[in-house]
Ligand binder design. Structure first.
Ligand code: HEC
Ligand code: HEC
Ligand code: HEC
Ligand code: HEC
Length: 161
């Protein structure tokens, strides 16, 4: 499949999911005091979701997308990448660097469900994890500015060398 068709499919999938989320409600208070634990920990109890995520979601490899381009970027540009491509960058338990926190070098479960330590410590109590997501939970990463920047920065090197 060419990249244009792939993009169309991604945009359609995103739009369809977004409609579902507009209909759902949120409870942001649930995860306020929790810290990030990483997708591997979630996978200990949610093996089906973990398996699907690891096999099918591009988010499972979103650290690689940054790593590939790291040589062409300044450290402040890299930090911007981390805020969307990693789990919990700059927050307790979250991504620090590829060497120190390899398990957080992806856009993991907690980028959507929020930091999960309280949920894990409570043996999986559903009251301590965000389950109902809103479209706002996506657009802080999937924003129009990003689409423009995406077309500019990575494509700048695309196919040229
Ligand atoms: C110790 C085991 C365990 C771990 C680790 C764990 N969970 Fe859970 N999780 C559960 C159990 C048990 C439930 C409740 C299942 C039910 O009632 O159907 C649950 C429910 C959920 C729900 C649904 C909540 C709802 O209101 O329906 C989500 C979302 C969730 N977990 C996400 C995560 C994420 C993200 C992580 C990693 C940060 C994680 N879980 C780690 C055991 C765990
Ligand atoms: C923390 C930032 C972040 C959040 C929040 C986020 N995404 Fe993503 N998403 C990404 C990144 C980064 C990629 C691209 C990964 C790559 O290829 O490097 C991506 C990729 C995708 C894709 C491409 C297809 C695929 O296989 O993964 C879809 C669809 C998608 N996200 C939907 C969503 C939806 C729906 C939400 C909200 C529930 C959401 N995302 C929330 C960062 C985020
Ligand atoms: C505001 C959030 C955000 C920031 C900041 C961000 N990205 Fe992304 N990136 C995304 C999302 C969302 C996607 C997937 C959707 C899309 O194609 O726009 C993506 C896709 C990508 C892809 C394409 C992956 C593929 O398989 O198609 C690459 C490469 C990439 N980003 C690299 C970077 C680099 C390098 C930086 C830092 C200079 C960066 N991104 C900054 C959110 C972000
Ligand atoms: C792109 C955002 C996103 C990511 C990343 C994500 N989830 Fe979810 N998850 C959702 C949404 C949205 C729902 C609610 C689906 C629904 O309402 O049916 C959900 C539902 C769940 C549930 C409740 C049971 C179910 O299937 O409906 C569990 C458990 C869960 N996710 C665990 C995980 C785990 C574990 C990971 C990481 C391996 C993960 N999620 C990654 C968006 C995400």
């Amino acid at each position: 499949m060419d990249s244009y068709s792939r993009r169309i499919i991604q945009v359609a999938a995103f739009a369809a999911l977004s409609i579902v989320f507009v209909l759902a409600s949120t409870d942001k208070a649930l995860t306020q005091d929790a810290t990030f634990v990483g997708s591997e920990t979630c996978g200990e109890c949610h093996d089906v979701e973990f398996e699907n995520y690891t096999s099918f979601s591009k988010k499972a490899h979103s650290g690689d997308s940054v790593k590939i381009m790291a040589g062409d970027l300044t450290s402040s540009e890299l930090e911007e990448c981390y805020s969307c491509h990693m789990t919990g960058y700059g927050q307790p338990g979250g991504f620090i660097s590829f060497d120190e926190t390899p398990d957080m070098a992806n856009a993991g479960c907690e980028t959507c469900h929020g930091p999960g330590s309280a949920h894990v410590d409570a043996g999986g109590d559903p009251d301590y994890i965000k389950a109902n997501l809103d479209v706002d939970d996506c657009t802080h990463c999937h924003n129009s500015e990003r689409v423009a920047a995406f077309d500019f920065k990575p494509m700048l090197f695309g196919g040229a060398h």
